[in-house]
Design a protein around this ligand. Structure first.
Ligand code: ZN
Length: 184
């Protein structure tokens, strides 16, 4: 840059400066490149430099296994997923992800998945996301085969006998039987 946008000074130097971000109660210090104004001391950072710094912090969080609410939020944002999108990938509810991010104990499998998603994002891959989507598709295909046994508009109420419910569930356990039930 030619001149300082803050004081209009022209004494600009490009150098490494101390920089840190906070995630929850922890501060992650480091150094980044910046244009520094010699007159007022204003520092100007490149957005790519900041993204790279965040990615470094994400790696440190993953390596150290610091799994708590704020780190979960931080890592999720590294993957550009919303709470709802992340929940859908995991096959859980958005409210559950919200609870984890607010401090409830995080499901270890969900934490591992998130770490894999972050690693993928850093390496420009979509491996984990594709895998989770394929699993979710398989599940929903399976459950759509199971639906027809209980006809539309009919619900299992308190009045339904346990035998009846069991019979219906047994019917639906086999895909071909389920298709027959739909035809009938
Ligand atoms: Zn300045």
């Amino acid at each position: 840059m030619e001149w300082c946008h803050f004081c209009k000074g022209k004494d600009i130097s490009h150098r490494m400066v101390p920089y840190s971000i906070s995630v929850g109660a922890r501060t992650f210090p480091g150094q980044i490149e910046a244009d520094v104004c010699g007159q007022c001391g204003e520092e100007y950072y490149n957005i790519r430099t900041l993204i790279t710094f965040d990615a470094g912090v994400a790696c440190q969080i993953i390596d150290e296994g610091i799994s708590d609410g704020p780190t979960l939020t931080f890592l999720r944002k590294q993957t550009s997923l919303t709470e709802a999108q992340f929940a859908r990938l995991l096959g859980t509810r958005t409210a559950t992800v919200t609870r984890w991010e607010q401090g409830a104990p995080i499901d270890p499998a969900a934490w591992n998945t998130l770490c894999n998603l972050v690693r993928d994002a850093m390496n420009g891959r979509t491996t984990t996301r594709d895998q989770l989507r394929a699993e979710a598709d398989q599940l929903s295909a399976h459950s759509s085969l199971m639906k027809p046994a209980i006809p539309h508009g009919k619900r299992v109420t308190e009045n339904s006998t346990p035998q009846r419910i069991r019979y219906r569930l047994r019917l639906t356990a086999h895909p071909y039987r389920a298709v027959m039930a739909r035809v009938k």
